[in-house]
Design a protein. Structure first.
Length: 318
């Protein structure tokens, strides 16, 4: 059976207010735009007088739509899956689920739903924000869920936690992540330890491979070659050295997408749980228990009323 869901418009459009929320301490100022897909639009390091992220390319909420390319800049959440799903379809519990094809990833679906829809501020304190988003099954994703994003700053560190609660009546496959665009202005080198990377064909992983010399960032090096691959076996933070300061990006996942080139105004180090196209690589499609459990390639089979979380920290230091 093939499940194709009713087309819906999830963005509220031109009447959506600019409801940016800012938290700050003596070291950092963080501004979040709930109406722009729950995106961090600014992460400002006061000591260095620098914005750590490339600013978003637009602040127009109408630009956030499945039928238009995702705007660059800032940092946005990836849920209920990260990166591409091949041919915009996958099999789950013996059913074929069909998703919309993204114009920036034809013929695939990309980056889930969380970054396309507005969020709302649930809680706010001086140094912390919680955003919430409710999703009802539609053509973008055929299951119900609730998302929360928690942003907390302590000293020179931002922690971003993404929590996914399955509000549907059945298990659903979940893989979370983050898509930050770090500025390359003043960037000297990047360093990160990884066991290898996935070769890709039209954005879809084809096989694991050892790191070619140009993609081996185990020692600090600048971006010279274009890179847009998923790296696996990551066991240390990614360190971006700007000369005057360094930025440490860390998560508990062994997977991350690295994207940049020699002339880009940004580089993306995207901590993600699931391997790109994991939905079509995993084999555990028969759900026989009521428990939440791990699937292949970084996915989680999340039981109804269960919550799964993923986090990223960004630390700015000398």
């Amino acid at each position: 059976m093939v499940y194709v869901y009713t087309r819906v418009k999830i963005n509220t459009g031109k009447n959506m207010p600019n409801n940016n929320v800012t938290i700050e301490n003596t070291a950092l100022s963080v501004t979040v735009a709930p109406y722009l897909g729950g995106r961090i639009v600014s992460l400002y390091a006061k000591k260095y007088h620098r914005d750590i992220l490339m600013p978003p390319t637009t602040t127009d909420a109408q630009s956030i739509c499945i039928d238009k390319p995702i705007i660059g800049g800032g940092s946005y959440p990836l849920a209920p899956y990260s990166n591409r799903i091949k041919d915009a379809k996958f099999v789950w519990q013996r059913r074929v689920h069909t998703l919309p094809v993204s114009p920036i990833a034809v013929p695939h679906a990309i980056h889930g739903t969380a970054c396309y829809a507005p969020w709302h501020t649930e809680h706010r304190q001086a140094h912390a924000i919680t955003l919430i988003q409710h999703h009802k099954a539609n053509d973008l994703w055929g299951f119900d869920f609730t998302l929360r994003q928690h942003f907390t700053i302590v000293h020179n560190r931002l922690t971003n936690v993404l929590s996914f609660t399955n509000t549907d009546t059945t298990h659903q496959p979940v893989g979370l992540g983050f898509h930050p665009f770090f500025t390359t202005e003043g960037l000297k080198t990047v360093q990160v330890q990884a066991d290898g990377m996935w070769q890709s064909d039209n954005g879809i992983p084809s096989q694991k491979t050892p790191l070619p010399p140009q993609y081996d960032f185990s020692m600090p090096k600048p971006f010279v070659h274009t890179v847009d691959n998923l790296f696996y076996g990551i066991g240390t933070p990614c360190v971006a050295d700007y000369g005057t300061h360094r930025v440490f990006i860390e998560s508990h996942s062994p997977n991350a997408v690295i994207f940049s080139n020699a002339v880009a105004q940004f580089f993306c180090f995207e901590p993600v749980e699931n391997v790109t196209n994991a939905h079509n690589m995993q084999q555990s499609t028969d759900i026989k228990t009521t428990c939440t459990y791990a699937l292949d390639h970084g996915l989680t089979a999340l039981a109804p009323e269960h919550t799964h979380s993923f986090s990223m920290t960004v630390t700015v230091t000398d």
